[in-house]
Write a protein that binds this ligand. Structure first.
Ligand code: AMP
Length: 210
């Protein structure tokens, strides 16, 4: 089962990917997490990505496609995977098709733009494993410490309101057209992402398990 989560920044893609990974046992792949780690380590891909990420712009397709290709070639992806944050352009979706990757379902998590900034201002992310938290809706057990790996949990630099606005604009211009791309293939399912973690997870799990 290969699944794509599509949605604006802050829609809940990462959180839903965590839920589905726990239920179905397939890994979730966040190109954002991979790039943040590469950036922190100063690898060539990380250095190429930094200036775009800090401004809330998309990293060039060739860099991200390379990163994704390496990741899905790993053993744990052979029985399927969830893509969180990839593809983000039609060229990236076409690259997946060219690689011969068959996508079974694309889950679009729908949320109004007005809800996004307040959500992201309170978002916190583990710098080690990428797990996502929210100060009110999903706090860590111990402040600043990841429940899963004990890593340091903090706000992302690109979750500041001005950068979020730029990411949102990019989403509407470059990524939202993917809805039509996958709708034409008959594999797009849209769920409402505004009603809390459990209410969002329910129709997603029903779609993937049914
Ligand atoms: P995310 O954690 O998914 O919000 O991604 C954080 C940032 O990483 C984005 O704002 C982009 O700069 C970059 N990024 C992640 N995935 C992609 C992608 N598929 N294509 C281009 N840039 C990406």
């Amino acid at each position: 089962m290969n699944v794509i989560f599509l949605g604006a920044p802050g829609a809940g893609k990462g959180t839903m990917a965590e839920v589905v990974t726990a239920k179905l046992g397939i890994p979730s792949i966040s190109t954002g997490n991979i790039l943040r780690e590469a950036k922190a380590k100063g690898t060539p891909a990380g250095l190429a990505a930094k200036e775009y990420m800090d401004k809330g712009e998309l990293v060039p397709d060739d860099v991200v496609i390379g990163v994704l290709k390496d990741r899905i070639a790993q053993d744990d992806c052979q029985k399927g995977f969830i893509l969180d944050g990839f593809p983000r352009t039609v060229a990236q979706a076409e690259a997946l098709d060219k690689m011969g990757v068959k996508i079974d379902k694309v889950i679009e998590i729908d949320i109004a733009d007005e809800k996004i900034i307040s959500r992201l201002v309170d978002r916190r992310v583990c710098t080690k494993c990428g797990a996502s938290y929210h100060l009110k809706n999903k706090p860590t057990n111990v402040e600043g410490v990841c429940n899963l790996c004990g890593g340091k949990v903090e706000a992302r630099v690109d979750d500041q309101p001005d950068v979020v606005l730029s990411r949102l604009k990019t989403y509407h211009e470059k990524t939202a057209p993917l809805k039509g791309y996958y709708e034409k293939k008959g594999i797009l399912v849209t769920v409402n992402g505004e009603n809390g973690i459990e209410a969002t997870a329910k129709p997603i799990l029903e779609t993937l398990q049914g």
